[in-house]
Design a binder for this molecule. Sequence first.
Ligand code: FES
Ligand code: FES
Length: 158
Amino acid sequence: MKKISLIINNKKYTLDVSYDLRLIDLLRDKLNLTGTKEGCGEGECGACTVIMNGRTVNSCLVLAHQADGSNITTIEGVADGEKLHPIQEAFLEKGAVQCGFCTPGMVLSAKALLDKNHNPSREEIREGVSGNLCRCTGYNKIVEAVELAAEKMRGEQK
Ligand code: FES
Ligand code: FES
C-alpha cells in the first residue's frame, strides 16, 4: 500500500492505495465518481478520460499511486454546482449526446483543448477529441458542439 495525496475536483484527498489499483478504479469504486466510464480498459476508447495536471489521460492506464500529488478534474468537477459548463450546454444544444457513454470523456478532452486554445479550428477540434471514440453520433455534432462551446467561452454566445 502507498499513501497518496491528490486534489480531485478541487477537493483534497489522502488515501492508502494498493500498487496495482488503477486511477479509474480509485475514482469509480473508492470515491464513487462514476461519471468516468470504462469502455475498453486498454487505452483505446477514451471513455475513461480525465484531466490530470492540465492534460488528458486515460484513467484506465494510470495507476492510482502514479497520481500522487496531482490535480485531477473528472466530469463531476466540470459544472459549477447546478450550472452546466458551456461545453455541457453546447453538447445538449447541438444534440451531440446519444447514448452518452463517450460524453464525459469527450467533454473533458474538449475542456483540455479549450482551456488552452480559445478559438480552435475544426481540424484542431477533431485532433483534440481524436482519442475519444463515439459509436453513435458520427462526430459532426460533437465538433459543432465544441465550436459552439468555444464561442460561448469567448463570450460570443449566451
Ligand atoms: S476505458 Fe480507458 S481508454 Fe477505454
Ligand atoms: S453518444 Fe454513444 S458512444 Fe458517443
